[in-house]
Design a protein around this ligand. Structure first.
Ligand code: CP
Length: 314
């Protein structure tokens, strides 16, 4: 079935990404509107979430839509054996948009194939997290004034981290230099390195994480080592503290370097960095509201011109 679902944004052109950035900026100027009055947004979270679910629900509410859904699949009929296909087909009877997080890679693509209702992928296993990527791109664009030719350091769990996979694929359009810093067990998977190589994108893999090695960074994208992705907890214990960003490591940084993190954080960014001008992760999460307002409107066919001419602004 074909519809306006957002399963991945890696195929989006630079023009489409710029268009969504412009929509996000328009939402930031006027986040409260009634442009979705009469619409219903379903949020189906088969995996835990704080930011993604609450920011999608806030986005829908601030635009005048109503929200249905669940955050605990145990309280739904999937616990009685109802299939994902049946669940999606059912919810399609009720909602205009379905925002879904699922532990299985490919679940969002599958869902988009069994319904005409637009699906927004809110994370599928360790695969992709496109709405996070939109807010990451918006955060980079806002803080750096551009997306082109940036030095981007990705640190931590690069193997299971769907946020870094999604961001890498989108940033490849903008001639970045990537630095991948991860323990051997959590290295960036070969498919993503090949993705860079096929597009002539420079990347360096390194184990050192010091004030010297991060001195030329424009963006340091920290990630959590995700306990829930490990089958061997001994291995998790071995690698969980491999890379911790400390305040004294920022002494040689570029003035406008920003630290991003999709959150939640455990201990990979020390708390005393939070009030540093380099820390941007809480503002980044705040940008999620505007990016997700833009994405919901986009899948419903509401254009940037519609937003600019909107008379329902509150
Ligand atoms: N960044 C992110 O996906 O956070 P949540 O898991 O809290 O939604």
């Amino acid at each position: 079935m074909s519809n306006r679902s957002i399963v991945s944004i890696s195929d989006y052109s630079k023009e489409k990404i710029q268009y969504l950035l412009d929509m996000s900026a328009e939402m930031e100027r006027h986040p409260n509107r009634r442009i979705l009055q009469g619409k219903v947004v379903a949020t189906l979270f088969f995996e835990p979430s704080t930011r993604t679910r609450l920011s999608f629900e806030t986005a829908a509410n601030r635009l005048g839509a109503r929200v249905i859904g669940f955050s605990d699949p145990k309280a739904t009929s999937s616990s009685k054996g109802e299939t994902l296909k049946d669940t999606i087909k059912m919810v399609s009877n009720y909602a205009d948009v379905i925002v879904m997080r699922h532990s299985l890679e490919g679940a969002a693509l599958y869902a988009s194939e069994v319904t005409d209702t637009p699906i927004i992928n809110a994370g599928d296993g360790s695969n992709l997290h496109p709405s996070q990527t939109m807010l990451d791109l918006y955060s980079i664009y806002k803080t750096q004034g551009r997306l082109d030719n940036l030095n981007i350091y990705m640190v931590g769990d690069l193997k299971y981290g769907r946020t870094v996979h999604s961001l890498l694929m989108s940033m490849c359009k903008y001639s970045p230099t990537f630095h991948f810093i991860a323990p051997k067990e959590l290295e960036m998977p070969m498919e993503y390195k090949e993705y860079c190589a096929a597009r002539g994108v420079k990347f360096v893999e390194q184990r050192d994480f010091t004030s010297e090695t991060i001195a030329d960074a424009d963006i340091i994208y920290m990630t959590r080592v995700q306990r829930e992705r490990f089958t061997d907890l001994m291995e998790y214990e071995r690698v969980k503290d491999a890379y911790i960003l400390r305040r004294d490591m920022l002494c040689n940084c570029r003035e406008n370097m920003k630290i991003l993190h999709p959150l939640p954080r455990v201990n990979e960014i020390e708390r005393d960095i939070d009030d540093s001008p380099h820390a941007y992760y809480f503002q980044q999460a705040g940008n999620g509201l505007f990016a997700r307002e833009a994405l919901i409107c986009d899948v419903l066919g509401i254009t940037l011109d519609d937003l600019r001419n909107d008379t329902s602004i509150i």
